[in-house]
Design a binder for this molecule. Structure first.
Ligand SMILES: Cc1ncc(COP(=O)(O)O)c(C=O)c1O
Length: 429
């Protein structure tokens, strides 16, 4: 792994904040970034960029998993937030609320199939937990199936449902009769697991982010959905990273011909400004919402300010040209990335669906190596936790051609830095 260069030695001001965080927030994380060789602390931020406190300007292609999909501090979102705080507060979660009802109506209109009711939460993890609880209630089964290497969140149920490594750490894995995983893109394994007829739901990231965005093979997701129908299990689409226009469609599942029974969204729904997430449920799995008005309660879930902001996010996504831009810019970046791949064999694979992208490098730690090199070249990109040969590469969806050129030129600089620094190691040794 690369040594931190002088460029990355924190200024005294930044060091003071790092020390404070190490003392009071999460020493392990501060130390991990130090060992990685780059320790960003966000300062000013606008559009596709943020500045490290040291002043380095970074093109953000991590965007916190899609949270800043419309850019940092998008002026329209900031205005919506200002408007909201002039009238609303978080609201009372027991009451009916106008922005909550309007946002739920919008989500019902814009989600596929018969998705209808929305249960709001404040984070993707909570929304995933709601999806799991709903699936269990609707089917009377407890078992939840996911894929090896999935990340569905860090609260109770979804932590247990995702990749076991994270769950085991907090003794929150299993029991096996309730949570199981099968390999991605393996329909036979999925059939074997579902055929026991004890699975409440399969919960799937449409393109698994933490696994480095491996693309679903042709027919895989539709195949999973029809297996779910065959064995009376539900299909839950985790669209926390892939939804809200990032693939050029409103939801990534739309491009794979899948109509899920439950869809989970979060991150970008906030406009990057006010936490909100949602589980959108089809009417046929939602009996509990009629039976029990207090079946799920969350003080901050569906806060009125968050709903007002999210309505603006949805309004922007519905504008003519916005989703089309994703497809067009994906092509521009795709062309540039393939040219880089031709010139630099270190870049071995470009995974791309719209602006959901993963760059695979010819080294098992190619992702972290490139995170460091990208920082030096003026990009903030983060590696995939469960496949560290991959760098997640996901620019905001409002980028234009000039942004693409700028990004590609910075990326080329990063690859050169990485290859020069790591020598044969970055060529697959
Ligand atoms: C695919 C996916 N699902 C769920 C979550 C959990 O969202 P949150 O961190 O808002 O709880 C994440 C977070 O990174 C995610 O990437």
């Amino acid at each position: 792994m690369a040594e931190a260069s002088d460029l990355q030695r924190p200024s005294p001001e930044k060091q003071a904040i790092l020390d404070l965080a190490a003392r009071y927030v999460c020493p392990g994380r501060v130390n991990a970034f130090k060992l990685l060789g780059t320790q960003p602390v966000m300062g000013e931020r606008e559009g596709h960029y943020f500045c490290d406190l040291d002043g380095r300007q970074l093109f953000d292609v991590h965007i916190n998993g899609g949270t800043f999909s419309l850019g940092h501090r998008n002026p329209e979102i900031v205005a919506a937030l200002r408007e909201a705080v002039d009238f609303y507060d978080v609201g009372n979660h027991h009451f009916v609320s106008e922005p909550r009802a309007r946002l739920a109506e919008t989500l019902a209109r814009l989600t596929p199939g018969d998705l209808h009711y929305t249960v709001f939460a404040a984070s993707g993890s909570e929304a995933s937990d709601i999806a799991i609880k709903t699936a269990r209630r609707a089917t009377g089964r407890r078992k939840i199936l996911s894929i090896v290497g999935s990340y569905l969140g860090h609260t109770g149920l979804c932590l247990a449902a995702g990749d076991v490594k994270n769950a085991r750490y907090f003794l929150s894995d299993g029991p096996e009769a309730e949570f199981a995983q099968v390999p991605f893109n393996d329909l036979d394994a999925m059939r074997r697991a579902l055929s026991r007829r004890d699975v409440a739901a399969v919960i799937l990231e449409t393109i698994p982010a933490t696994l480095g965005f491996p693309m679903p093979e042709a027919g895989y997701l539709a195949g999973v959905k029809s297996l779910c129908e065959e064995f009376d299990s539900l299909y839950v689409a985790d669209e926390v990273q892939t939804g809200l226009g990032r693939t050029g469609r409103m939801w990534a599942v739309d491009g794979y011909g899948v109509e899920p029974d439950i869809l989970v969204t979060g991150k970008g729904l906030s406009g990057g400004m006010y936490p909100i997430s949602a589980a959108v449920l089809s009417a046929r799995v939602s009996d509990w919402l009629s039976e029990n008005g207090w079946g799920h309660i969350s003080t901050f879930g569906g806060s009125e300010i968050g709903c007002h902001v999210a309505l603006k996010v949805m309004e922007i996504l519905e504008r003519p040209g916005v989703l089309e831009n994703v497809g067009a810019m994906s092509e521009v970046l795709g062309e540039g990335l393939h040219e880089l791949q031709r010139r630099y064999p270190f870049l071995v694979d470009v995974r791309r669906n719209g602006l959901v992208m993963g760059l695979k490098f010819d080294h098992k730690l190619g992702g972290p190596m490139m995170t460091v090199a990208c920082y030096e070249a003026g990009i903030w990109a983060f590696f995939a936790g469960f496949d560290q040969s991959v760098l997640q590469f996901k620019p905001g969806i409002l980028i234009d051609r000039r942004d693409c050129d700028e990004l590609l030129s910075r990326l080329e600089k990063a690859i050169r830095i990485c290859v020069a620094r790591n020598g044969p190691a970055s060529r697959g040794a």
